[in-house]
Design a protein around this ligand. Structure first.
Ligand SMILES: [Zn+2]
Length: 334
């Protein structure tokens, strides 16, 4: 399998490796989904757009995509997400859009009557646009929360932080300016460390380009603003395809296992969300690396992952103000 300089496969490379194995025996529908993912991933590696001033471009961008159009495009791209999943979920968005004018959707699951939430949880998918399952899984969890939200937690759910990357005809990890959003967050000494890391450790890998300045991109600014405003007690961020759990944050013990995934600390990078929110702001950040970027986990595995995640949050995450939670507050799912 082709590897990066840090010894890990890129998601596109890993997907291609898998595609090239030509695994057979799936249903026709799944096989069509696999072919679509293979086609998209094969072409990702050619992408290397030049960086520009993203914020200026976003402000100047008049061609704004509506939520309806965004939902249509997401449903066409992802076999596991229907137009109704997206359009009928009543997602909100604010004025700050992606480089190419897409709204960044989010949904609140707030306080339920007579129940004080244990904590605020921020759930994020699709920071990297070619990690399809990280988006589909969050949409699946939106369906669960629509049905079962009990008020145990106050959730803010962001299924697709990088819509432009996903919706390119050839989906790409980076945003429309070729910036890896997960290297663009404002960590200490960003100017020096991020450029050095990109040049020396990645060999100027365009898939890991951090941008010219921290928070240069509207999508990373959107998330920084959201963290400041929502003040999550924990952040859960989905990626693929390493098939492990990663954790950043000082205040609690990390999950050793969620579903089939086990803890394997992947290291901290300049400009990463885990570094910014976990290491520097003290918010526990659980990174779920799904095992495949193009094929969803089986139903029982996905269900177990969700149940274990909620269980871990319930047992480990307390509000930043340190208030005790009563046994009655802890009853019930999600
Ligand atoms: Zn990723």
């Amino acid at each position: 399998m082709p590897l990066l300089r840090d010894g890990r496969p890129t998601s596109a490379q890993s997907m291609n490796d898998w595609c090239n194995k030509g695994i057979v025996g799936f249903t026709t529908a799944l096989w069509m989904g696999v072919l679509t993912a293979c086609y998209a991933t094969e072409h990702d590696q050619a992408e290397n757009p030049a960086p520009t001033d993203a914020l200026a471009a976003a402000i100047a961008n008049n061609a704004q995509t509506s939520v309806v159009d965004l939902c249509k495009r997401v449903a066409r791209k992802l076999a596991s997400v229907s137009y109704e999943d997206c359009a009928e979920a009543n997602f909100e968005h604010n004025e700050l859009r992606s480089v190419e004018g897409s709204p960044i959707l989010y949904k609140e699951y707030g306080v339920v009557e007579n129940r004080k939430p244990q904590a605020r949880i921020l759930l994020i998918g699709g920071i990297h646009g070619d990690e399809y399952t990280s988006v589909s899984m969050v949409f699946q969890w939106v369906r669960k929360l629509n049905e079962y939200h009990s008020g145990l937690f106050e959730w803010r759910v962001v299924p697709l932080l990088n819509p432009d990357g996903l919706l390119k005809s050839q989906s790409q990890r980076t945003n429309a300016n070729g910036v890896d959003l997960n290297r663009n967050f404002p960590t200490p000494n960003w100017d020096e460390l991020s450029q050095r890391h990109w040049v020396k450790d990645t060999g100027r890998n365009p898939r890991r380009y951090p941008g010219t300045t921290p928070v240069s991109e509207p999508e990373s600014k959107w998330l920084v603003d959201t963290i400041a405003q929502f003040k999550p007690d924990a952040i859960v961020s989905l990626h693929a395809p390493y098939g492990v759990l990663d954790f950043d944050g000082p205040r609690t013990s990390p999950p050793q296992r969620l579903g089939n995934l086990r803890l394997q600390l992947l290291g901290t990078y300049p400009g990463s969300l885990g570094n910014y929110a976990g290491v520097n702001n003290g918010i526990p950040v659980v990174t779920i690396e799904l095992p495949n970027a193009g094929t969803m986990p089986k139903g029982d595995q996905a269900a177990r992952l969700w149940m274990d995640l909620v269980g871990w949050l319930k047992n480990n995450i307390v509000p930043q103000d340190g208030q005790k939670v009563t046994a009655a507050d802890q009853a019930g799912p999600s």
